[in-house]
Ligand binder design. Structure first.
Ligand code: UDP
Length: 402
């Protein structure tokens, strides 16, 4: 990897804006398989986007932009990651604090037992098994729609105590305003499966995600420039995008789509997070699981105890817990200036369409990833999506294999 400031864009075939998964996959594929000279332009002082992690003063590897765990059902996605890092099996564990008690997350039969007397809980398992026979996990909305009063009432309890307040805090929107797909990410398990996600392959990179990205971007055809806001260098004239006024074969953009066009149709909202940290000298774990969600607290939504899943260095004397505080994204703000989540509502999707039409009219522009496509992708889907988009671009731009 070469990181340098003085860049002549004419030395490159492709400019990639952003070094998260989407940008890094495009850069690597272009450099390795198509012999393209790639310039990666990163706004922040480090690579890896929101996957970035680093060791704190207590020797704990902390994911600076919130907890990320790798889950997939696709063996090929796993094989791809294995090329760049050593993986350790790790199925993420969660709890949710409801009425002062840690209950099982994913919400499942254990959660019912955590909240109701055992005889009522056992009756509910039976009723749910009958009603949703053959299903593994269902959405909270399916439970709410149940004609069975006991199932409906339990769903209502969970909805009122967990989904509604958590969603309000996370998005500053009601559960009616945010798209149902967002709440559907947290399914109810119709069993005692305590894995947060029921995917076949669940791993963490032993040496952290940043190392994985260093390895992916380490190629003679790739140059990285950090601390550089590409938007100050990109200009769009009619159907062509330019970098420093020069034509490049393609610009792969992974940042927020509205900012690329100077927000000319209006602000497309993204949600941001700020973190507060607490480190305590102890050999015990302070949280009952890797992370805990807090629907009923005032400001923070979630806490993560990183030492629970540190694998490179073990036996640290301290444990570090990060609390997440959601807020609106503002690129010019002192706080909240990192975009994390697209805010999926019907109005925002209409606004997105306008930007997409504009983006489609630009011949050498490729938009890829969570921020540029305004999709709430998980890590595995980000990877799948980047490869899928790459295949489409091969045809569109005539990129030939080396
Ligand atoms: N959610 C909830 N209660 C929880 C956890 C999640 O109601 O304890 C809802 C909430 O609307 C949240 C969404 O599910 O925004 C997605 O949560 P997820 O854990 O997938 O968020 P991420 O890990 O992407 O931050």
């Amino acid at each position: 990897m070469v990181t340098e400031k003085k860049i002549n864009v004419q030395d490159f075939d492709v400019v990639v804006v952003g070094s998260g998964f989407s940008g890094a996959i495009f850069a690597r594929e272009l450099a390795e398989k198509h012999n393209k000279k790639v310039l990666v332009v990163e706004k922040r002082p480090h690579i890896a986007g929101n996957m970035y992690d680093e060791y704190n003063e207590h020797g704990i590897l902390v994911q600076q932009y919130g907890p990320h765990f790798f889950n997939t059902d696709k063996a090929w996605v796993l094989e791809f990651l294995k090329k760049y890092c050593e993986l350790i099996p790790h199925a993420v564990t969660g709890r949710s604090e409801i009425d002062g008690k840690y209950v099982q997350l994913p919400y499942n039969f254990q959660t019912i037992q955590d909240l109701l007397p055992l005889n009522e809980a056992e009756e509910l398992y039976k009723l749910m098994r009958e009603e949703f026979s053959g299903e593994d996990r269902v959405s909270i909305f399916s439970l709410l729609e149940s004609k069975n009063k006991k199932i409906h009432d339990f769903a209502e309890l969970l909805y009122e105590k967990a989904f509604k307040p958590y969603t309000m805090k996370q998005w500053n929107l009601t559960t009616e305003q945010i798209d149902k797909s967002v709440l559907n990410r947290v399914k109810f398990a119709l069993n005692f499966d305590s894995r947060y996600l029921n995917k076949d392959f669940q791993y963490l990179p032993k040496h952290g995600f940043t190392k994985l990205f260093e390895s992916m971007l380490n190629h003679q055809n790739i140059k990285i420039i950090c601390d550089c806001d590409a938007l100050a260098h990109i200009s769009i004239i009619e159907d062509t995008a330019y970098y420093d006024g020069e034509y490049v074969e393609s610009i792969v953009y992974t940042g927020p789509i509205d900012e690329l066009f100077n927000r000319e149709f209006g602000i497309l909202p993204y949600r941001s997070l700020e973190f507060t940290y607490e480190s305590v000298k102890t050999t015990e774990h302070l949280l009952p699981s890797d992370f805990v969600s807090y629907p009923q607290t005032n400001t923070f939504t979630r806490k993560t105890e990183y030492r629970r899943f540190n694998y490179e260095i073990t036996g640290q004397e301290y444990t570090t817990i990060a609390a997440e505080h959601p807020l609106e994204y503002n690129p010019d703000g002192q706080v909240g200036n990192v975009p994390y989540y697209p805010t999926i509502t019907s109005d925002n999707l209409k606004l997105l369409k306008k930007y997409q039409i504009k983006a489609d009219s630009i011949n050498n522009l490729i938009l890829v990833g969570r921020l540029a496509e305004y999709k709430y992708f998980n890590m595995d889907l980000i990877i799948e999506n980047a490869f899928h988009k790459f295949e489409l671009c091969k045809e569109r731009f005539g990129w030939l294999n080396k």
